[in-house]
Design a protein around this ligand. Sequence first.
Ligand code: ATP
Length: 807
Amino acid sequence: MHHSLEPTLAEAEVRREQQHLDRLYEVLETQRDKTVKMLAGAVQGSGGSAQARVERELEVRRLLQRVAKYDAAETGLCFGRVDLEDGYGYYIGRIGLREEDLDASPLLIDWRAAAARTFYTATAAAPQGVRLRRHLHTRGRRVLRVDDELLGNAVPAPEGDARLTGEAALLATLRADRTGRMQDAIATLQVEQDQIIRSPHTGVLVVQGGPGTGKTVVALHRAAYLLYTHPRLERRGVLVVAPNPVFLSYISQVLPSLGETNVLLATVDQLFPGVATVRTEPDDGADVKGRLVMADVVAAAVRAHQAALDRPVRTVIGGELIELETDFLARTVASARETRLPHNLARPVFCEAVIDDIARQLSYTITDIEAVFDEQLAEHVDHSQLDREVADDIARVFGEDTPMIDLEEQKRRDIAGSKEHWLAALPGDPDVQRLLDRLWPALTPQRLLDRLYGDPSFLAEVAPSLTDGERRSLHRAPDDGWTPADVPLLDEAAELLGHDDQLQKVQAERRRARAIEYAQGVLDIARGSRAGEDDDPAEAERLAATDLVDAEYLAEPHEPTEPHTVAERAALDRTWSFGHVIVDEAQELSPMAWRLLVRRCPTRSFTVIGDVAQTSSVAGTFTWRQKLEPVFGTRWRLEQLTINYRTPAEVMAAADRVLTAIGAGLEPARAIRDGGHAPSLIRVPPGELPDRLREATVHEMEAVGGGRVAVIVPTEELAPLAKAVGSAIPDLSWGPDADLEQKTVVLTATQAKGLEFDSVLVANPDSIVTASSHGLNDLYVALTRSSRRLTIVHTGPVPPFFAHLTT
Ligand SMILES: Nc1ncnc2c1ncn2[C@@H]1O[C@H](COP(=O)(O)OP(=O)(O)OP(=O)(O)O)[C@@H](O)[C@H]1O
């Protein structure tokens, strides 16, 4: 016979929490239902003024976003609770919820609300009035268990690491297998992270942190926090910049899970709408393109297209020889530049002055020719006779008041009349257009860079401070396609050139003309086939090609349909200015990329997050001051993250030796995990590396069960080693587009930046170190990707960083 046991205290607590959670989900559902009903109403509404339609559209979007927020809150709705010494207490969750009755105390407090803060910051040493902090572990809508921490003076300080809050819950989260996608960390944010996430600093906040210290966690949660606390930011949106597409997909789920839609996640090269980068380039070219001097080069290249001549221009217009003098050109260029308008917008100012000068020259020349012609005519007539006749005529008309004929005045009038005629005629003259296009051409950023990269003598002229080798590294054929390092230069050029409205209008008109022509052809065929059957003129009129094209033209796929969220609108608009920009892996950005980002946020509200020791810059390790002073001057503040949540202490012991060799003077972060596994060293004969690496990888896949494995290899050995390893692992994914959902990937160190795996194998660390000026940094990145196990497979002698493992 079974005795039902008294439920333990913990079980009773779980049951109590379950009741509260049930109530929360009920309220969530009710509120979601209500919103869906309102949405249905708004969608069905029709008619009304244009204004009313726009408002309805906005309302629909607002409600859609709200539904998305409720849906995102479904998983992990409530994860914590705080009981205060004074008897009050509250629950912390993904969003705030309250009963219909507005006076009732809230059922759930949004993690970003000020009231939620003590949940993250109360410690045994500084309990801030908190008696108990409880973490709720849930699956779906079920409470699985609770973790309690008693704080406050009444109780002895809990055991464990004094620097951690909610230690049991944190360690439980960290122990879980990696999934290939980053998860949000709102349930277990730590004090030093919380301080940065909620920092009230509105200028430039720089966060330096070693590997695994939660820099990315902080970046994403700060975006969500700022949008919550500053509702005005919603209209401008927040930009989060990440280093590469693989990393973007790794972090892509975090903000949606926090219910945020007004954040644009992008790599720098995605920030120039209309240009897709199609290739990467060798480090040296990318490095030159990233230097600040390129801003001067681009500016000089633009100026070189502004009638930069040291001799007069002679050309024939209207059949006459016209000369534009150097002085005149210099004056005209100067006054066009004085407008401070960008190149394409200053162009009309320049063109007008040139046309004016040509008209002046023509009117003089032509009036002079007429005068000469008159003189020649006069030689053949009897003057005295003619003069007398004219005088008689005038006297008959005017009587006594015969006016004096002022020949000078007459000539001035002739000239003025003639000039007016030319001023009207010249702008449409193809010769004039050709001349103006030569002197001050309308330019696109693409055309400018094409010339810069494709015309060595032009490059030498505008980039005198680069060496021959540096200039050669910029050379490319016109159809080679753009690289990520080109994007900041295109942006720089776009800024100096200005929006070429004219050019775009012409292009749009041409597209439209082509479309009309095509449609006309289609209609003609259609009519031809029906010839004689139905000659209704009204029908023909209805099918006029222009009408048809109007409708179709607007629906063309390249014409963006009205985008929905702020993030979508911002993504299509180069001149969008964001309310705040968060840069992750900021150590990777070139000075030119920084200039682009500052243009995206003229108020300079930035959170800049990175680790100088993990740089891939050709120049090697640097300080934040060297990096940021050219962009922000001295107006930025530095914060640090000091605890490593990812990499076990045993692995960090090796990685920290590499950090010392890097010599950036950085304190290693404290690893709070111990994996229980010393890293393995496998030495293999050179010819056997591919096979032995494959064996070791298969072994690691078994060791981590369902976890994730990464093999990090020297860049030049990526393809052969990936193929060798892949021969035993059919789902293996590798390279720049590696699919992180796969259990096993092969990557270079650069590609692995920011990612993490249960087990990491590093092949030939010596080759990684010697491959480039940032080899040590690459090795440091590779070693610190592991959250549990590390294996080094090497062909030479034991690298010094791992010597301690052999004893
Ligand atoms: N407060 C936290 N609660 C739970 N997990 C956390 C917390 N902080 C960090 N982590 C986890 O630790 C790991 C490292 O975090 P993250 O990737 O943000 O570090 P990082 O500083 O960006 O690292 P790196 O510089 O190596 O790319 C991630 O798995 C992250 O989810």
